[in-house]
Design a protein. Structure first.
Length: 298
């Protein structure tokens, strides 16, 4: 009879891309995984992987076995989660991913969660790209965007509010805008989206009426943190999600501009996790903690 653990190890090796990387992720020796893979191939009477110095390549039967092995891997994870749920203890490792702008807000909350639940430890992966949660074995992702993947469960944390802000030094030199139209006379810091388009027309709301202002800029970027750094250095006025600059506003590095105007909402912020029959208690508790604490006052 085949050993299910050997099949799960096989799936982990393919997911990691090498036996060495899988050994690091699983916290065991490379030689142990090699022996288990060899035993699986011996039991099946077939080679599953073509090995080379640079990469692993699945054979035809290897691809077929991998499909079934992944199902077993998921089943083993579900059984582990069921056991944890039964124990009713919040413990274990939580693998979390988030975009760079959320780091300063998220990490202190994670540390508070550890203080409340001492048997929890975190592995945080900071990625601005969308990570495959299932392939990466991620428990929770923080995503600032509208979601389309039906294989994921999403819990909205907040609709991020936008803000106009600038460094006190810039305002002392260039003056404070008083009405929306004044923005056209100021240096503004502009975001370039994935399509290469620059948002140089800003929309503001005054008593329910829309005001559109065409602004100009000497600095543009596709990275929000680069724009924040430019604003803090006194380069101009920035329109951005409040989440990204919350710490800078608290410290006084940046101050609100034209705060008597309303701005359209930014992107919604979600806690996202893979859809599973059994959700680990540690994951459910952490998501609830995020909803309670993370974006309070953003």
């Amino acid at each position: 009879m085949l050993n299910p653990q050997h099949l799960a190890v096989f799936a982990s090796i393919i997911r990691a891309g090498s036996i060495s990387k899988a050994a690091v992720q699983l916290g065991c020796g490379k030689s142990l995984l090699s022996r288990q893979l060899a035993k699986l191939e011996q039991d099946l009477g077939a080679r599953l992987i073509q090995r080379s110095t640079r990469k692993l390549t699945l054979t035809e039967i290897g691809e077929q076995v991998l499909h079934e092995a992944q199902r077993i891997d998921t089943a083993l994870a579900n059984i582990e989660q069921m056991a944890g749920q039964h124990q009713q203890e919040v413990k274990g490792r939580l693998r979390v991913t988030c975009p760079m702008p959320a780091v300063s807000r998220l990490v202190p909350v994670m540390m508070e969660f550890c203080r409340r639940y001492p048997q929890i430890d975190f592995a945080l992966q900071v990625e601005d790209r969308l990570v495959d949660l299932i392939a990466g074995q991620i428990d929770v992702a923080i995503r600032v965007s509208h979601l389309e993947d039906s294989n994921l469960i999403a819990r909205k944390l907040v609709d991020s509010q936008r803000i106009l802000c600038a460094a006190p030094a810039y305002l002392a030199s260039a003056g404070h805008p008083v009405v929306a139209g004044d923005l056209a006379q100021h240096a503004c810091l502009l975001y370039i989206n994935a399509a290469g388009r620059t948002n140089d027309e800003w929309t503001l709301l005054e008593h329910g009426e829309i005001r559109k202002v065409r602004v100009s800029s000497h600095f543009q970027s596709n990275n929000g943190l680069a724009l924040v750094a430019a604003a803090c250095s006194g380069a101009g006025i920035l329109l951005i999600d409040r989440l990204i600059v919350s710490k800078h506003l608290q410290s006084g590095e940046l101050v609100a501009v034209l705060d008597n105007y309303q701005l359209p909402s930014g992107s919604p912020v979600y806690a996202v996790y893979p859809a599973r029959d059994w959700l680990a208690l540690k994951t459910a508790t952490f998501v609830a903690f995020l909803q309670e604490i993370l974006f309070t006052g953003v």
